[in-house]
Design a protein around this ligand. Structure first.
Ligand code: NAD
Length: 322
């Protein structure tokens, strides 16, 4: 049986994930769904945001549907999502940004770079080690190349090699792999790329970049489609896969039925596609489009629908699709 671990996490995760789970249950009632509770809320109650047994449970699932977790900026608090990405070796973070006339896939390295976790705070100096390995770069660029080959065949390498030696290393490996695979590629400094993606989104197909640059670039690119409430992501490794919105726990709107569930719904669409049901993904997306076209929108898109109302409208459309 296909087993899905459902992690609401914190904040609006408690609102958008139930919407996505209901839609999944309509498309795949035969899946088994089981909750795993991790995050800041869990830390507040128990002093532990994510235990070894939670990681072990996640590893028993065929896929994880994940909301978002709050990571307080405290010296000794370890980010739960970073821990999960590392523990499950989810090295490729795929963040599609798709709209009228453009279809971009941001491929973010997800396990090293500036999120290496190797850091210290001293009385007068704090350091974080930016780690770029050959193995880590080869596997992320190969994943990006495979995607480019299935799409428009264009690869853009985002880096800051003019300043960072670790990015000279990253860029050179990416270029060598692209050449070897015969994929057409270009390279751009990440800061210029941030602006160019907004000005000429149609010029991009697959963008591969290091961890923090991909994190920032995808938030920036979400502007093209209406903001963070709309952009999903897949975290893929060789064995495990986790699907989550690009957005965080949004404490400013949490508990108010105001969060846009589209990013979570699209993450669910990526999940079913990953598990071999691309038609299910198309059904979710066309239901979203139909609800938007009917004028039902959440507040971030200028409407007045709540999270639940939007989700119910999507469920109604899926129901009428038979
Ligand atoms: P955020 O993405 O939570 O929110 C940024 C802004 O976008 C807020 O104004 C929020 O209201 C809005 N927004 C986000 N999602 C929305 C949605 N679905 N509908 C409507 N509006 C939405 O980012 P932040 O405020 O920088 O971070 C809040 C917390 O989330 C922090 O603790 C951060 O560490 C965490 N975070 C977690 C993840 C993750 O779990 N993968 C990712 C990013 C941030």
């Amino acid at each position: 049986m296909t087993r899905i671990a459902v992690v609401e996490g914190d904040g609006i995760g408690h609102e958008v994930i139930p919407v996505a789970q209901k839609v999944l249950a309509v498309l795949h009632p035969e899946y088994e769904y089981f909750p795993v509770e991790v995050g800041y809320g869990r830390w507040e109650q128990t002093g532990c945001p994510c235990a070894d047994r939670d990681i072990a449970e996640l590893k028993t699932a065929d896929a994880v549907l994940f909301g978002a977790v709050t990571t307080p900026p405290m010296k000794d608090y370890q980010s739960v999502i970073l821990r999960i990405r590392k523990a499950l070796d989810l090295y490729a973070n795929l963040r599609p940004v798709k709209g009228d006339g453009f279809d971009i896939m941001i491929v973010r390295e997800n396990t090293e770079g500036l999120y290496s976790g190797i850091e210290e705070i001293g009385p007068d100096r704090a350091t974080t080690l930016r780690v770029v390995t050959r193995a880590g770069t080869e596997r992320i660029v190969r994943a990006a190349i495979r995607l480019a080959q299935q799409r428009q065949g264009k690869l853009t390498i985002g880096h800051k090699a003019n300043v960072l030696k670790s990015d000279v290393f990253f860029r050179d490996i990416c270029m060598a792999e692209a050449k070897k695979a015969g994929v057409s590629y270009n390279e751009k400094f990440i800061d210029a790329l941030g602006l160019d993606v907004l000005q000429h989104p149609q010029a991009y197909d697959v963008i591969v970049t290091t961890n923090i640059f991909g994190d920032i670039l995808s938030d920036v690119a979400s502007y093209l489609v209406g903001g963070l409430g709309l952009v999903p992501s897949a975290n893929i490794g060789d064995r495990y896969a986790l699907f989550e919105p690009v957005h965080g726990s949004a404490p400013d709107i949490a508990g108010k039925n105001r969060a846009n569930p589209i990013a979570a719904l699209r993450s669910a669409a990526m999940l079913v596609s990953h598990l071999g049901d691309p038609d299910g993904a198309v059904r979710i997306e066309s239901a979203i489009q139909q609800v938007l076209a009917s004028g039902t929108r959440t507040r971030d898109l200028g409407g007045s629908a709540g999270t639940r109302e939007f989700g119910d409208a999507v469920l109604r459309v899926l129901g009428t699709q038979g």
